[in-house]
Design a protein around this ligand. Structure first.
Ligand SMILES: [Zn+2]
Ligand SMILES: [Zn+2]
Length: 96
């Protein structure tokens, strides 16, 4: 996966969504790459194929090496929809 493809994935700034109401405390989501919690204002990137999110800087490096989601191994490249068939036109010229 190239840097250009990675930059086409949606990214966002993490914001704390603390409602205050509601029973049951769910732990904040953390980045499966570095296992650190998200902090407010940190740049995160979302994988549209599975809706998992990570630090942008973490998942960028990951995706450069491994174009799959670190959590569920879904294909991370959204540009793979559709198949392009390039017409091969090869002309062999024999000189002899
Ligand atoms: Zn991270
Ligand atoms: Zn995933």
């Amino acid at each position: 996966m190239s840097q250009d493809d990675i930059e086409k994935l949606p990214c966002f700034d993490f914001t704390a969504k603390e409602k205050g109401t509601g029973t049951g405390t769910s732990p904040p989501p953390d980045c499966a790459v570095c296992l650190e919690n998200f902090r407010v204002g940190e740049k995160c990137r979302l994988l549209p194929s599975c809706n998992h999110s990570f630090h942008a800087e973490c998942v960028d490096l990951w995706l450069l090496r491994t174009p799959i989601c670190p959590i569920c191994r879904a294909a991370a490249d959204i540009m793979r929809s559709g198949s392009l068939h390039e017409e091969e036109s090869s002309s062999l010229v024999k000189v002899g």
